[in-house]
Write a protein of this length. Structure first.
Length: 297
């Protein structure tokens, strides 16, 4: 991971504008899931590290823009760039990170450039879908799944596909693994928003519903509630909830065994991911999906 950080720093230093380094030094490293995945599939060499650095820059750019869109004050346990330097700076830093990443990519390989740039188009469409779905109380599970596929799974899928291309392996098998890992990742992320706390998450808990996002657990709960309780839940939508309102939602979720239901769905994606790569017997990839589902941050 250190090699990847070095390349990211090198790429940004080449731009010779001090505010870029000042602001980007405030970005926390994160889990680097996409890089870990790519390096488990491809060989570790300078090209792989560069591709990882490029993907991490793109991911960081997308979070910079996402925090402006979500008006998020906290990211990875520290003040978001928009909170510290303002939205204008955050947007431009995102543009710089993305453009520089893409410039570096264009120097490497056309096929990888196509895979990754196509993923970024979908990523942006996914964010737009998220914004649109957050306008009203969404109960359409397919629309939610399509949105998280684009917003989150696509870049993870592209990282796995890139790793396979670099290693000369069957890219579709690994892309299928990455897609399912990505879907599971976002579903866990959405679950942790409800089950986790700010300290562990590095961002506020119970925030999605306030932002207008009816994630899987909310959709499942809505399906199971009686009409009176459905109306109560809808009344809490997009509101700053007090402790007893939060407790009402969590209790109903427990009563209706919503977390179990979401976990069943997660197991489907985990099994799809494992099945896609079973013939390769790569234990690390099996472990990544297992720990993804069990993570608490
Ligand atoms: C986080 O979602 C957001 C994403 C994974 C994707 C955001 C993508 C864009 C803003 C498109 C623009 C892309 C570039 C490269 C400039 P979330 O809000 O559910 O997660 P969070 O709780 O961690 O904020
Ligand atoms: Mg967000």
């Amino acid at each position: 991971m250190q090699k990847i950080d070095q390349y990211m720093h090198e790429f940004l230093s080449e731009l010779n504008y001090e505010p870029i380094l000042t602001m980007s030094s405030k970005l926390q490293g994160g889990k680097k899931l996409r890089s870990k995945l790519l390096l488990k599939i491809a060989n570790e060499n300078e090209t792989s590290y560069k591709i990882c650095a490029i993907i991490e820059l793109i991911h960081a750019a997308s979070l910079l823009h996402d925090d402006v869109i979500d008006e998020a004050k906290l990211r990875r346990g520290v003040k978001s760039i928009n909170a510290e330097f303002g939205a204008k700076n955050a947007i431009m830093l995102g543009d710089i990170l993305y453009s520089k990443a893409f410039y570096e990519l264009s120097l490497l390989d056309l096929k990888l450039a196509k895979v990754i740039s196509n993923a970024v188009v979908k990523l942006s469409i996914g964010e737009l879908m998220d914004v649109n779905l957050s306008e009203t109380f969404n109960t359409n599970k397919n629309a939610y799944l399509q949105m998280i596929y684009n917003k989150t799974a696509v870049l993870i899928e592209a990282s796995a596909r890139s790793g396979a291309i670099l290693a000369g392996l069957d890219e579709d098998d690994f892309a299928e693994y990455g897609k399912n890992l990505g879907l599971a990742f976002q579903i866990v992320d959405d679950l942790l928003d409800i089950q986790g706390d700010e300290q562990t998450l590095g961002k506020p808990a119970m925030n999605d519903f306030k932002e207008g996002k009816t994630t899987l657990a909310y959709m499942y709960l809505y399906e199971k509630l009686n009409p009176q309780d459905q109306a109560i839940l809808q009344g809490y939508y997009k509101k700053d909830l007090n402790e007893s309102e939060v407790a009402w939602i969590k209790n109903k979720m427990h009563e209706c065994q919503i977390f179990e239901q979401v976990h069943q769905e997660l197991n489907v994606y985990a099994n799809n991911a494992l099945k896609a790569i079973e013939k390769y017997n790569i234990k690390d990839l099996e472990d990544i999906i297992k720990s993804m589902i069990e993570r608490d941050f």
